[in-house]
Design a binder for this molecule. Structure first.
Ligand code: TNX
Length: 814
């Protein structure tokens, strides 16, 4: 027999034996300890932007040696690591995407009980954020290839030393210091409450009228049956404030009528009349609902007993018809309850579109009738080398299939419940099905379903194309040459439409992805090439048009228009040797909505060019609206930063009709009419729990809401008003309502002045407390009431109205 064959048979026999007799893992992972630290950033002529040398220290705290061979230490890392031999005789390997492992090399001799191992390795770029450190570490042994055990005792050290913080001469952004914050905050005047608009977001028109209305009990709600939902909302608003309605109760009238001078279906008027009670008139039920959110803002923060509402009249309508928030539930799954919580928050601030990023490479999160593998396979992550039954761990979900963010999906009933919950708040859910890139979960799930049935596959098994996605995949794209691709999209679209019908909630569009198809994809796929030949297509770009033409036809059949990322309306062309995005004439004026995230470099005006070319355009610029970006460069600030650092001010200062730099294309009148509105996104690579979501989303969502709802205003006085509104009205109300939203409380600004320390805050209205004994300020620490004369390390933190503290700042007062 051929020697090679013998070896294969032998290996097979050993594998069969190994799986028949489950061996025990030689070292329990519970006795291993892992620590991560950044050693230093390294700059070389060939890598002028630098890379980071990091160290993982593995300590064996058990009584059994970790053997010289036969195991792997697995983890996820956002930008991966440099593969190849590392210190201590180990070898770094990419398993798939951003799943990496260290394996013992031939020289490794094992790790004895009590011994520690330093694993020094390189990250391919600079690690400024601990979020780029390895996450979800676990150990797997070769004799149990399908099971892994989490290393629970894992700690990541924050970077503080100069060698860790040096980002090289090419990187100009400094770390944010208390002095910088002080200078920035100093421009914000403290306004009296009487100067603030009565409700948030700032309404179009408001006027005080003489007198006030006394509320002593639940108002009697006078509304037609068509406003049953809004009447229930109204009752809930007063439930915390007033006893049961009586014959003497004031009246709250809810009406539908045209609002003079306002074309928006969300326009409303709200009148507090001392004689006639409260009246909210909406152009539609949505207008009434928005008016009720304004009424909530007028109620006292906490009431026991009667209270007075100042007489006033508000006439209000949104600036933009599209005021959206995108949540990615693919990377890290978020429960139905978390989505409800998000919808409640959006509704409060009059946002009206939930862009639901339901699928991506690392997860398919919606049950689709007749395609169970999408969720049995595509919605589950856990350690596996065979990838036969589910996906591998990602973003720190670890080896267990039970991780609540790695595994999970919405059943049909869950999705319908979410649609109805949103509809009751007049929020439209726009489901997104990612394609042709960002589709690995679907590709793998369908591969397991289709087995040898080639007509049902989404990928071409003969595809020899060479490409890499930003998440380091090369097997994650739908193939436009495979018939299964279109059958699949048809089935998914039909079932989503069916779910919306079942929910009684209209579906107008599906977001069909389009972002980041890597260069090189499809190019060496026989199926794609055959499709191109058949239809006389010359390039991959033509094949792209063919693909989306067919997707559009599927959507149209169901009465839907296409939405997608900017790539849906932009083509990559080469001009003067440079690759550039230009509006694609093929799909302009087809009724597509494009979501433009790229406003970097050459694409700074891409949104305007697309709008001018006839595309409905949603502005979601990465430099202002990507809430997965960290607030600033400081290592302890969570999030990523590939596009920008985004402070609250940066979201607020986004000027929708004039954000492209000088010399770039400006909006034409037609283009302006094509701007549908604004959207902020939360991609969730670093968002594994609700507290992190709150921190990244809030209060930045408030700046989005103000920009998207309120009419355009003067930027400078605008910020001062906005900051005062947040600090004195909006956030205290969120606290008083026991929303549980743990929004970010900015660290205070500090500076030395003479022998004193001056402290201020981003949001006037927050309480500042300090210590001078190195301890963290707490609710009992001294109040900052003026210049601080104490000496030593002065540490100051801001406190919300419910006593919750933000991160502290400190400065030395010698
Ligand atoms: C880019 S911009 C992506 C997402 C990532 C995000 C992380 C766009 C439409 N796609 O796949 O999650 O960056 O910031």
């Amino acid at each position: 027999m051929h020697q090679f064959l013998i070896r294969v048979l032998l290996a097979g026999a050993i594998a069969a034996f190994a799986s028949a007799v489950p061996a025990a893992a030689p070292v329990p992972a519970s006795t291993l300890q892992l620590r991560w630290q950044l050693l230093r950033n390294v700059f070389t002529p060939d890598l002028p932007n630098g890379r980071s040398l990091a160290r993982l220290t593995l300590t064996n705290a058990g009584s059994t040696a970790l053997p010289a061979q036969g195991w792997g230490l697995y983890f996820n890392a956002l930008e991966g690591m440099v593969p190849g031999p590392v210190s201590s005789g180990l070898v770094a390997e990419q398993v798939s995407g951003q799943l990496f492992r260290f394996r013992p090399g031939p020289a490794f001799t094992g790790l004895a009980p009590g011994a520690a191992l330093d694993i020094d390795y390189y990250h391919p770029s600079i690690v400024m954020k601990t979020d780029k450190a390895p996450v979800g570490p676990y150990l797997a042994f070769d004799n149990l290839p399908e099971s892994g055990v989490a290393i629970a005792d894992y700690q990541i050290a924050v970077m503080t030393a100069p060698a860790q913080l040096d980002t090289g001469p090419g990187e100009l952004t400094p770390l944010t210091t208390p002095q910088m914050l002080h200078a920035r905050n100093a421009g914000t005047a403290d306004l009296p409450a009487s100067a603030l608009p009565p409700v948030f977001p700032t309404p179009l028109l408001h006027e005080r009228l003489p007198g006030s209305l006394r509320i002593a009990s639940m108002p009697r709600i006078d509304a037609l049956p068509a406003l049953r939902n809004e009447a229930a909302t109204a009752r809930a608003l007063f439930a915390a404030h007033a006893g049961p309605a009586t014959a003497q109760s004031t009246v709250l009238q809810l009406r539908i009528a045209a609002i003079k001078g306002q074309a928006s279906p969300e326009a409303y008027t709200l009148v507090i009349d001392p004689a006639k009670g409260i009246r909210i008139t909406g152009a539609t039920p949505a207008g009434v609902y928005r008016g009720l959110q304004s009424l909530r803002d007028l109620l006292p923060l906490a009431a026991n007993g009667p209270f007075d509402l100042a007489a006033l009249r508000i006439t209000d309508a949104p600036r933009f018809t599209y005021r959206g928030f995108q949540i990615d539930v693919a990377r890290n799954f978020q429960s139905k309850e978390t989505i409800f919580r998000l919808l409640d928050l959006m509704a409060r601030y009059k946002l009206n579109k939930l862009h639901f990023h339901l699928t991506d490479d690392e997860g398919w999160r919606l049950a689709i009738a007749g395609l169970p593998e999408l969720t049995t396979f595509g919605a589950r992550r856990g350690h596996t080398l065979s990838v036969a039954e589910h996906l591998q761990p990602a973003y720190g979900s670890g080896p267990s299939l039970d991780d609540a963010h790695g595994s999970g999906f919405y059943t049909r009933a869950d999705y319908i419940a979410i649609l109805r919950y949103a509809a009751a708040r007049h929020i439209e859910v726009i489901p997104e099905i990612e394609m042709p890139g960002h589709a690995r979960a679907a590709v793998m799930a369908m591969r397991s379903r289709c087995k040898s049935d080639k007509a049902c596959l989404l990928n071409d098994p003969q595809d020899a194309s060479v490409y890499t996605s930003p998440q380091l995949y090369n097997d994650h794209v739908l193939n436009p040459g495979m018939p299964g691709t279109y059958a699949f999209i048809e089935r998914v679209v039909a079932d989503i439409a069916a779910m919306h019908r079942e929910a009684g909630v209209a579906l107008h569009t599906i977001h069909v992805g389009g972002d980041e198809l890597p260069t090189g994809a499809w190019e060496k796929s026989p199926a794609s090439l055959a499709m191109m030949k058949k239809h006389g297509l010359a390039t991959s770009a033509d094949l792209w048009d063919y693909f989306y033409d067919r997707v559009d036809a599927i959507l149209k059949k169901h009465g839907l228009f296409a939405s997608g990322w900017e790539e849906l309306g932009a083509r990559k062309v080469t001009q003067g040797g440079q690759s550039k995005l230009v509006p694609n004439p093929v799909f302009a004026r087809r009724g597509f909505n494009v979501y433009v995230w790229n406003n970097l470099g050459d694409a700074a005006d891409l949104a305007y060019r697309l709008a001018n070319a006839g595309y409905g355009t949603v502005l979601a610029p990465v430099t202002n609206m990507y809430f997965d970006m960290a607030y600033n460069k400081n290592p302890e600030e969570p999030g990523v930063h590939w596009g920008a650092y985004i402070e609250l001010e940066d979201v607020y200062n986004f000027v929708p009709f004039d954000f492209a730099p000088q010399g770039k294309e400006r909006l034409t009148d037609l283009g302006k009419a094509n701007i549908r509105g604004l959207e902020a996104t939360l991609f969730t690579e670093t968002v594994r729990d609700v507290a992190r979501m709150d921190y990244l989303v809030m209060p930045r969502m408030l700046a989005l809401a103000e920009r998207a709802w309120a009419s355009a205003q003067e930027a400078e006085t605008g910020w001062t008003l906005f900051a005062n509104q947040l600090g004195k009205r909006v956030l205290p109300r969120l606290d008083a309502d026991r929303s549980g939203i743990a929004y970010r409380i900015a660290p205070p600004g500090l500076k030395r002045d003479g022998g004193h320390v001056l402290a201020n805050h981003q949001l006037p209205g927050f309480t500042l407390r300090y210590t001078s004994d190195c301890s963290e300020p707490h609710a009992g620490s001294a109040l900052v009431t003026g210049p601080i004369a104490d000496k030593g390390i002065i540490r100051v933190a801001a406190f919300a109205s419910n006593g919750r503290a933000g991160a502290s700042s400190h400065i030395t007062n010698p």
